[in-house]
Each structure stands twice: as structure tokens, then as C-alpha cells.
Design a protein around this ligand. Structure first.
Ligand code: GLN
Ligand code: ZN
Length: 768
């Protein structure tokens, strides 16, 4: 018989129950007990939702983040927090978000743990902190309680834990010591944990080591060997799981580690499975993640069965089936959707539907295909309908992509010549000031958008209200004295959704929420078909904004790579192809803006860096098509039109050369939090065009002083010639309040003025 299981279930709830409970708790409107009750009800519900499986996961739920939970289970709590008064939940939220509900005044806040992306997903975890003398002490109570709770619902439970080596890998050494020195102590905590689980008769433990899909040095490979040789003392069966990538050079290692089973991402690493079956010792079970846990498409069940049947014939009871990875990365239940187009809906599967697919596959293998004939037929009909749908395939779009000429991605003249034309035209001072696009999204702005969506405002009432907001924003910027203005983006709910809604080929869900971090969720658009641009999207707004001022007004767009990386993307063509369709669509918008008289256009590529593949060997392929897409989008304009781009994560030391290839006239990046350390990269690589290193950390309510901004810019000017520097915040201002934004920008502008009068003299003097 085939065994079915799941690696992890979304925690947030069908209606984002966990989000709302957390936010109420943080506000003080519900108690910790109430929060824990809601969490426990959610877990119970989710276990019921998974009851078609042979094994259900326990320990995958989290109030904020499972890596943070692991830190707490291992007693690895930063000293700055563990020394504070309060109980565990206070400390938990102090590390998660810098304060507990009992920390009333701002001064009692502590630094939250750093947050970063979970592999190549959009989920963020709290980075474990290590020091030379970090010692672990196990506290398994929460996990044990959850096991007990799950058993009451009468299930076979399989605890899910983050593997020790991946846990170390994900953390950060705070004092420069080698994290791997902590392995021995960490392993004794894990051994103790397995011991505790043994005591409560656990049979299988899922132990996640996704770093097996990454480039590993010998030291890390050795750590994995050592870890699993030590942990094999337990009588519990260990199911070692890897996901998100191929094993490649770690394949043999993964097969040989002394565990009882191995789980693989059989979607992304499908080509490796045959080899793994050959390598895997015959006493081990093999769990195949055959259903994609990273996207929302229905699986072609017949095709999957064709592939699985011979594998099952060979492995028999040793075969387990599961989604490729935790379902944390997909929404909960497609059946919640009331407004999706019927065709599109019939092509989709969310977490629950994906588990049903597992159930069907298992039944077809355990009994025979006939036992699920009807379901297979329905599934085939949906797969065929998607393959042939006119909504998906637009011949004209495909033809246009084929006709792309490289010249379309190349500016008329090189930057040095364009810069001369642009300087003459814009007559900007040295150290020109600008912002990244959005201004505070006030209650009123949100309410206006809601009213319009709900039909309470007519189109023209809505337009008037938004024009008023734009006017307020322009007047404020003029009063402050910014050099290049923006319209403030009041009409945009989200930088990807806003454009997606107006392009063909996109669908939007009502409840397709996916956890991004803590209580924050995103609702990624679904790109289901060929993308095109039926009509201009932003020209009217930007033209209106430009009509209010003599200063240059930037047109603001979201770039193709960011649109792609923040959406659920179709799986029936390469990502690069979808990206190129997006590039053409946004290119149309760029050209429409230029035609409408807009002279500066910013194309945000906030998410370009985070799309980098896990394996370095694949970086160049990604960068090649990503940069090409950006160039096609941006570079069809005249020399005198100035192209800006913006990127959020600026740790791009290693991709600087690729970023230079984008050939934007100006790039603005996030650097303020790192005290400009990120600009060290400019020592090695001389970035050729203009750059605005963010000098104001918009993620914090603090107002930067004039002196601190001058100091940051002086650091920047040591590496980049002053005439190519801009002064700007490090991201959009949408989440801030006007009372914070105004003084901060005032200081930013004062710093720019100081710099242009002092530093330019100094720069000239040094050149003599
Ligand atoms: N233009 C966008 C804004 O200002 C950019 C946001 C981002 O980079 N995340 O909001
Ligand atoms: Zn940003």
C-alpha cells in the first residue's frame, strides 16, 4: 500500500483567523488565553481538513514563525530578551516584532530578531542568533501538547521538526564565531527531543533539511553526516525531507544518511528520481512530493499516475506520497472563492484540493485506476480545457514575443551621452532629491478606494477624490522643495495587483492569502494566460499630476520581473517566457507615458534580487532573462527620457554587473539600515550610471537627522562621483504617516542642499 502524508499546512486560516487574532492580541483587545484558544481551534480544523491522509503533520503550526518556534524549543533566546520580565509569550513576540503586549512605552522595546526570506519563497522567518557561547536547552512542551491535541482528534500524527543542520545554516553568528562549533551541543538537544517523542510513542518524525538542495561546502556536508549518525540512536523512524530544488551533488549524501526515509520534491527534482531509486538503500521508504506545493494549479493526475505506476511496482510499501513541500506557500481552500471565473477556477487547486489529489493518486495505486475513474476523467477534462483555452493562448501575444529584436532593449545612446542631454533638459541641482513613489496611504485614501470598489462612489466621484489626493501630495512635495516629484500612488492597493488587474491574463482571488511573515499575508495574483496590455493604465493620473507642477513628475510602474516574482505563475511555459510577455505589456505603458509627455519614468524591480535561484550555477540564466526583460520594458524610450528603477534588497554585491546591464539612468536602492556598508560593492565594481542610495529607513518611525543623512551621503560620495548621486528614502512611504514623512523629507532636503554647496566644492578641490 502507498502511504499518504503532508509536510505542513497553512496556518493562517481560511479567513485569516490567525492574523486577526494576533492583531487583536497585540492591540490588547483579546487575552493570551483567547489567542491560544483560537490557535488551537485552527489546528483542530486543519487536522480535520487533512483527515484523508494516513499521517498528519504536527508542529507545523506557529503563532508567528516556525523557525522562531524552533529557537524557543531549543532555548536559544537572545540575551537582550531573555533577561526581560514577563513570560514566554512576551519574549516570543519581543523577538518576533520588538515588543510584547506588556511593553507599553516605546522605550521598553527591544530589537526584534532579523527577518529574512525562507529559501526562494516569499515567506520570511526570524533568523536564529548564535554566539560562541550559545548553549541549547530543550523545552518540548508545546510540541508535546500539540501531539496530544492531535491525537484527541484520532489521527496518526507525524511531528515535523526543522533539522539541526538547516537550523544552524539559517541562523547568524553574532560574534563572528563559526556556527558549526555549536553542532555538538545542538545535537544533544535534538537527541533529547527524539527521546521525548519516543516516550509518547511517536513512530515517524519528519525532519526537514532543505539545505540539501543548496550548494554545500564540505564542512556542511560533514555536519549533515555527523548529525544523522548521532541521531540514529533513536528507535523513532526519521523521514528526512528536502524540497525546493534538486539534490545534484548532494544526491548520494542524501541517500546515504542513516535515516529511515527520504522525501524529495518530485516536481522540481523529477529528473533525479530514477537515480535516487537506484541509490536508495532498500530498507528506506521514499516519499515523493508529486503535487506542487508552490503553485495553485491542478495536477495532471493521469500523467502523474503513468509516471508513478512503475515506481510503485518497484517500491511497493516503501512508496509514500505528499505535496512537494509544506503547503504554507498556497492558500487554504479553493471552495471559498465565489467570484473567480468558472474556467479559471476549474484549473486550480489550493491546499485542501492538493491533498485530495494525493488521496486520489493513492487510491488509484492501492486499488486500481478504475476506482477513481470519474475523478480522473474530470481532472483530464480540466487539464485539457486549460491547455486549449482561448483565454490562455493569445496567438498575437506569442507572435509578438517571437518578433522581439534585441535593439528594442537598447537605448539610442550610451548613458554618458544621454546624461548630457538629460542634464541640460532637467537642470537639476547636484544631489537631486526624490522619493520612491508612494506617499502615506491615509485612512481616507483607503476608504475612498473601498467605497469605489463597493460601488458607493461613481467613477467620476472616485477620480475626483483621487485627483484631490494627488494634488495634496504634489503641493506637499513642492512646499518641501523636492526636485523630482511623484503623484503618490493613492489609487494603488498594491504595486503588483494594481497593474495585474488591468492586464489581460491575470486573475484575482478573494481569499487566496499566503503568509508573508507573522500576521502579514499577501494575495498573489494568478497569471493564467498570455499577458497583454489592452489600454494605458497610468497615463491619466500621471498627466494630471504633471499638470499641477513645473517640476518633473515621475511616472511610476512595476517592472516585469517583480510582477512575475510576486504572482502565482503559469506552469505550462517557462517563467522566462511569461516574463517577456509582461515586459512587452509594461513597455507599452512606458511608451504611452512618454507619448503623454512624461519625461522621467521609474520602473520598480523591488523583487528582482529575490528571484535568484538557490543554486549559484543557475544565477546567470535567471539574470540573463530577467535583465533582458527589464531592458525590453525600459529601453525603448528617447535619450532625453530618464529611466529610474528601484530595488528593495540591495545586497546585490554579487549581481552588480547584471544590474549595471539594465542600463537605467538612475537606480535607487535600500542602504540606510546597513550604514552604507552595502556600498562596499562599489569599491570593486564601478557602477556606471546614477544612483540614489536610500538615506532614510522608511521601515522605522524614526526621523533621520540632517547630520546622519550628510554622513551617509559622504560615505556614498567616497565611492560614487557626486554628480552621479541622488538623495532619496530607501523605499516607498506608503506605510508611514505624514507627521513622520514631512520632517524626515525636510531633513533629507536640507542635507542635500548642504552637500551640494559643500561637497561639490570639496570634490572639485580634490580633483585639482
Ligand atoms: N513605487 C513603490 C512605492 O513607493 C515601490 C515599493 C517597493 O519598492 N516595494 O510604494
Ligand atoms: Zn522598495
Amino acid at each position: 500500500m502507498v502511504t499518504t502524508h503532508n509536510l505542513g499546512f497553512p496556518r493562517i486560516g481560511r479567513q485569516r483567523e490567525l492574523k486577526f487574532a494576533l492583531e487583536k492580541y497585540w492591540k490588547g483587545t483579546i487575552s493570551a488565553q483567547e489567542l491560544l484558544k483560537i490557535s488551537s481551534d485552527l489546528r483542530a480544523q486543519h487536522w480535520k481538513d487533512q483527515s484523508m491522509l494516513d499521517w498528519i503533520p504536527v508542529g507545523d503550526f506557529s503563532l508567528y514563525d516556525h523557525v522562531l518556534d524552533t529557537s524557543f524549543m531549543l532555548g536559544n533566546i537572545p540575551v537582550r530578551v531573555s533577561s526581560l520580565p514577563g513570560n514566554e509569550i512576551d519574549n516570543y513576540f519581543r523577538v518576533a516584532r520588538g515588543r510584547s503586549v506588556n511593553d507599553h512605552s516605546a522605550c521598553s522595546c527591544v530589537n526584534a530578531g532579523e527577518m529574512t526570506k525562507w529559501f526562494d519563497t516569499n515567506y520570511h522567518y526570524i533568523v536564529p542568533e548564535f554566539e560562541r557561547n550559545t548553549r541549547f536547552s530543550l523545552n518540548p512542551d508545546h510540541l508535546l501538547q500539540q501531539i496530544q491535541q492531535a491525537r484527541q482528534i484520532n489521527h496518526q500524527v507525524k511531528p515535523v521538526i526543522l533539522g539541526p543542520v538547516t537550523y544552524l545554516w539559517l541562523g547568524k553568528s553574532k560574534d563572528g564565531s563559526d556556527k558549526l562549533n555549536l553542532l555538538d551541543d545542538l545535537l544533544s538537544a535534538y537527541a533529547q527531543l527524539l527521546n521525548e517523542l519516543e516516550k509518547v510513542d511517536i513512530q515517524w518524525v519528519q525532519i526537514d533539511e532543505p539545505i540539501l538542495a543548496m550548494d554545500l561546502t564540505e564542512a556542511w556536508k560533514h555536519a549533515l553526516r555527523k548529525a544523522y549518525y548521532q541521531l540514529q540512536a533513536t528507535s523513532i523512524n526519521l523521514l528526512l525531507t528536502t524540497y525546493f530544488g534538486q539534490l545534484q551533488d548532494n544526491l548520494q549524501l542524501a541517500c546515504e544518511l542513516p535515516v529511515n526515509g527520504l522525501h524529495l520534491d518530485a516536481v522540481i527534482a523529477k529528473d533525479e528520481i530514477a537515480k535516487i531509486i537506484d541509490w536508495l538503500p532498500s530498507h528506506k521508504i521514499l516519499s515523493l512530493g508529486v503535487i506542487n506545493g508552490r503553485n495553485i494549479w491542478k495536477t495532471d493526475l493521469t500523467e502523474t499516475l503513468d509516471w508513478l505506476e512503475p515506481i510503485y511496482a518497484r517500491l511497493q510499501d516503501r512508496l509514500w506520497l505528499a505535496p512537494s513541500c509544506s503547503l504554507l506557500h498556497v492558500p487554504v481552500d479553493l471552495d471559498s472563492e465565489q467570484k473567480l471565473d468558472q474556467d479559471v477556477q476549474s484549473w486550480l487547486a489550493f491546499a485542501i484540493q492538493k491533498l485530495q489529489e494525493i488521496e486520489v493518486l493513492a487510491k488509484a495505486l492501492n486499488q486500481e485506476r478504475n476506482s477513481v475513474a470519474e475523478i480522473l476523467q474530470e481532472n483530464s477534462a480540466a487539464i485539457t480545457s486549460r491547455k486549449q483555452s482561448k483565454r490562455v493562448h493569445q496567438a498575437a501575444v506569442k507572435a509578438r514575443v517571437l518578433e522581439i529584436k534585441e535593439a528594442m532593449g537598447t537605448r539610442q545612446s550610451p548613458y554618458q551621452q544621454r546624461a548630457i542631454v538629460q542634464r541640460k533638459k532637467f537642470q537639476l541641482p547636484l544631489f537631486p532629491t526624490t522619493t520612491i513613489g508612494s506617499f502615506p496611504q491615509t485612512q481616507q485614501i483607503r476608504q475612498t478606494r473601498r467605497d469605489f470598489r463597493e460601488g458607493k462612489l461613481s467613477e467620476s466621484e472616485y477620480r475626483q477624490a483621487m485627483q484631490k489626493e494627488i494634488e495634496i501630495c504634489v503641493r506637499e512635495q513642492e512646499a518641501l522643495g523636492l526636485d523630482v516629484l511623484v503623484h503618490g500612488e493613492p489609487e494603488r492597493n498594491d504595486m503588483v495587483e494594481y497593474f495585474g488587474e488591468q492586464l489581460a491574463g491575470f486573475a484575482f482571488t478573494q481569499f487566496g492569502w499566503v503568509q508573508s511573515y507573522g500576521s502579514r499575508c499577501v494575495k498573489p495574483p494568478i497569471i493564467y494566460g498570455d499577458v497583454s496590455h489592452p489600454q494605458a493604465i497610468t497615463t491619466e493620473w500621471i498627466q494630471y499630476a504633471q499638470s499641477l507642477t513645473n517640476k518633473p513628475m515621475k511616472g511610476m510602474l512595476t517592472g516585469p520581473v517583480t510582477m512575475l516574482n510576486w504572482s502565482f505563475v503559469r506552469d505550462d511555459q517557462p517563467r522566462a517566457d511569461t516574463c517577456m510577455q509582461l515586459a512587452l505589456a509594461i513597455r507599452d505603458e512606458v511608451l504611452a507615458l512618454e507619448k503623454a509627455g512624461i519625461q522621467i519614468i521609474q520602473i520598480d524591480e523591488a523583487a528582482l534580487r529575490e528571484g535568484l535561484p538557490l543554486r549559484k550555477s543557475q544565477w546567470n540564466t535567471y539574470l540573463d532573462w530577467a535583465i533582458r526583460s527589464f531592458r525590453i520594458t525600459a529601453n525603448g524610450v528617447k535619450d532625453e527620457t530618464q529611466i529610474h528603477t528601484h530595488m528593495c534588497y540591495s545586497e546585490f554585491n554579487d549581481i552588480m554587473e547584471a544590474i549595471a546591464r539594465m542600463d537605467a539612468d538612475v537606480i535607487t536602492i535600500e542602504t540606510s539600515r546597513s550604514d552604507m556598508e552595502l556600498l562596499d560593492a562599489f569599491d570593486q565594481f564601478h557602477y556606471p550610471n546614477e544612483i540614489g542610495p536610500g538615506v532614510y529607513d522608511i521601515h522605522s518611525p524614526n526621523i533621520p537627522s540632517v547630520d546622519s543623512i550628510i554622513a551617509l551621503m559622504e560615505k556614498a560620495a567616497q565611492r560614487i562621483p557626486a554628480e552621479r548621486l541622488w538623495v532619496n528614502p530607501d523605499c516607498g512611504l506608503k506605510t508611514r504617516h505624514w507627521e513622520e514623512v514631512k520632517p524626515a523629507l525636510r531633513n533629507m532636503i536640507a542635507a542635500s542642499r548642504y552637500l551640494s554647496s559643500h561637497l561639490s566644492v570639496a570634490v572639485q578641490a580634490s580633483q585639482i
